[in-house]
Design a protein around this ligand. Sequence first.
Ligand code: ZN
Ligand code: ZN
Length: 256
Amino acid sequence: MYYIGCHGITIGFHRYFTHGSFKAKRPLRIALAIAGSLAVEGPLVRWVADHRKHHKFSDAEGDPHSPWRYGETVPALLKGLWWAHIGWMFDEEQTPQSKYAPDLIKDGAIRAISRQFVVWTVISLMLPPVIGGLVTWSWQGAATAFFWGSLVRVALLHHVTWSINSICHAVGKRPFKSRDRSGNVWWLAVLSCGESWHNLHHADPTCARHGVMRGQLDSSARIIRWFEKAGWAYDVRWPSQDRIDARRQKETAGAA
Ligand SMILES: [Zn+2]
Ligand SMILES: [Zn+2]
């Protein structure tokens, strides 16, 4: 359940719906919209609108969740990290969806999936206890499955997703040119399904692979490759060596 929701977010909500890093046949498009909704991170259209705004203003005024919002001193950064991690979601100001996600609003099925967010939340939370109850044929099994498979799973996924907004905009390596503070954070790569190679992502947002360097695990990119082989995804924007090299930070050592 964790990796279904996580890849629904990373492959679906993020790389596909927000950035259009590949094209999907209709059934895959619908499946990705539903899988991402099972992560309980808010309605699809709202998620995409917020995230597009994040890229437009990344770490500047207008970014819905920058950890640098309050300044660069240590107390200001600590306050900003809290804001970028959780606080921003309780902000009353919402990103105008007609301005940032008109392409999704036009699609009736996608609009419906987005509106039925509560339904997907209930399904996502009820599936583990139903399966746990049936497999063990006991209430105890259902309750245990609800605790680990529903509550803990959703909480963990939320914290990992939010960490991309907070941690990956405060620390990490920055081998690529981007106009913000996004960084590559290796220890979040597996749990975040490859999204913590966040510096590359801001340097080249439509790229289907975020972990472009040797050894950088990116399970989302691997699965997109499988979708492509199956014929469900096409026009995938894979990184070329030239494109990666063009975005590399110039060596500063020894520069005059
Ligand atoms: Zn970012
Ligand atoms: Zn993005």
